[in-house]
Design a protein around this ligand. Structure first.
Ligand code: C2E
Ligand code: CA
Ligand code: CA
Ligand code: CA
Length: 277
């Protein structure tokens, strides 16, 4: 029994070492990822329930590593966020999103909004607002067509972040609070800064319509947003039961596998052309 215990310890140790090793490799090669053209974007449709139409898409980053294969953002974004690498990745994502949007419009696709995820560290860089306006000009995109998604946790940070966001918002760019309900100090943030949209985190949608707690949480968020004139998008909608419940609760917008997974740009364009929701 003793020996088995020791073995188990070894296996655990080995797994830990592997994980550490992988993290190191990710950290090192992340810097090369942009230069080597290994990053790509997928886009997931955002559906407006009132008009039953796609009002926009969320840009989601993918990394195709030459040895490790596809690395999902949950694995590399948190590592990138620990250094300034996230600033370069974030700039690339913003520019690429606008480039793709311009391409869609030039090919005759109806006007869409593009939502881009932004990390706290990007916002502490004082050049971020200038970057946003430069990219919009470069691709001739109206500020109203861009929405930035910021998590509650990122908003906790500081005064400088709030001021920069305010400046960007005044130019017409939309602001959304991402993963709403998972961070904290949500209510005070809503008061300090004008947002346009709240995205209800997938964890509150998953157990609808069976969890009465989640129903009440969603109902409360919806009521709050109505008072503050904010749009609400629920993420992670995978089935009709969830959709029906959210509709009943007065939710405006939906995102989830029920409609579509995130798709490469060409496929997303095809999807929009073919879909009549
Ligand atoms: P997020 O911003 O909350 O994005 C939504 C995530 O939920 C995406 O995961 C999307 O694929 C997934 N999702 C959408 N609908 C469903 C559904 O019906 N069921 C399930 N199970 N999942 C659904 P993804 O693409 O793996 O991205 C994970 C996270 O990585 C994002 O969460 C975001 O926090 C981060 N991320 C992705 N791209 C970027 C980026 O360019 N910049 C930054 N800063 N973060 C990013
Ligand atoms: Ca998001
Ligand atoms: Ca989210
Ligand atoms: Ca989420």
């Amino acid at each position: 029994a003793k020996r088995q215990g020791k073995n188990r310890y070894c296996i655990y140790d080995f797994a830990l070492a592997m994980e550490f090793n992988e993290r190191l490799r990710i950290e090192r090669s992340l810097k090369q990822a942009i230069r080597n053209d290994e990053l790509a974007l997928e886009f997931q449709p955002l559906i407006d329930l009132q008009t039953s139409r796609v009002y926009g898409v969320e840009a989601l980053c993918r990394w195709y590593h030459n040895e490790l294969g596809m690395i999902p953002p949950d694995r590399f974004i948190p590592i990138a966020e620990q250094s300034d690498v996230i600033v370069d990745i974030g700039s690339w994502v913003l520019r690429e999103s606008c480039r793709v949007l311009r391409g869609w419009m030039d090919s005759g696709l109806p006007e869409l909004k593009v939502s881009v995820n932004v990390s706290a560290r990007q916002l502490t860089d004082s050049r971020f607002a200038a970057l946003v306006s430069r990219v919009l000009t470069e691709f001739n995109i109206a500020p109203e067509q861009l929405e930035l998604e910021i998590t509650e946790t990122a908003l906790q940070a500081n005064e400088q972040i709030l001021r920069q966001l305010e400046h960007i918002h005044k130019s017409g760019v939309g602001l959304a609070i991402d993963d709403f309900g998972t961070g904290y100090s949500s209510l005070s943030r809503l008061k300090e800064l004008t947002f346009d949209r709240v995205k209800i985190d997938r964890s509150f949608v998953r157990d609808l319509p069976h969890s009465s707690n989640d129903i009440e949480i969603c109902r409360a968020v919806m009521a709050l947003c109505q008072v503050l004139s904010l749009q609400v998008t629920a993420e992670g909608v995978e089935n009709h039961e969830q959709l029906d419940m959210l509709r009943e609760l007065g939710c405006h917008c939906i995102q989830g596998y029920l409609f579509s997974r995130p798709l490469r740009p060409e496929l997303l364009a095809d999807w929009i052309r073919q879909t009549d929701i």
